[in-house]
Design a protein around this ligand. Sequence first.
Ligand code: DAT
Ligand code: MG
Length: 140
Amino acid sequence: MAIERTLSIIKPDATRRNLTGKINAKFEDAGLRIVAQKRIHLSPAQAGKFYEVHKDRPFYGELVEFMASEPVVVQVLEGENAIAKNREVMGATNPANADAGTIRKEFALSVGENSVHGSDAPETAKEEIAFFFSGLELVG
Ligand code: DAT
Ligand code: MG
């Protein structure tokens, strides 16, 4: 199985509640290595650009406002099958549908305020990592 990298974001509902450490422990326990990490406060324009793929969805405005409301922690996770593994550790988008033990089951407040973002495919992982990090910041 290939070693992959994926882009993760610990969202404002989680940074606000001091959950960064607990969420990072879930990643590390699953064998994902945090190879880059920084705390930033997205502008509405930056959040809108990041989530541009959802621009026609009814929740887009709310999503952008939420992501720019307070700081987030953006990070790159590395490991075997990291993209799919991270999606497993995250759990379903709606915490009501998330499996026991997943981040969203344990910590998410709602389908909108769902604590974490994770890339969904190799191509999006590459684009999303480049959106936030330069090569120099990725320390394998
Ligand atoms: P995921 O974050 O699991 O990849 P997604 O890409 O479908 O989910 O949607 C991106 C984010 O948009 C999601 O994490 C939270 C928000 N969102 C999705 N569906 C929503 C809905 N029905 N109502 C409100 N926010 C929603
Ligand atoms: Mg998605």
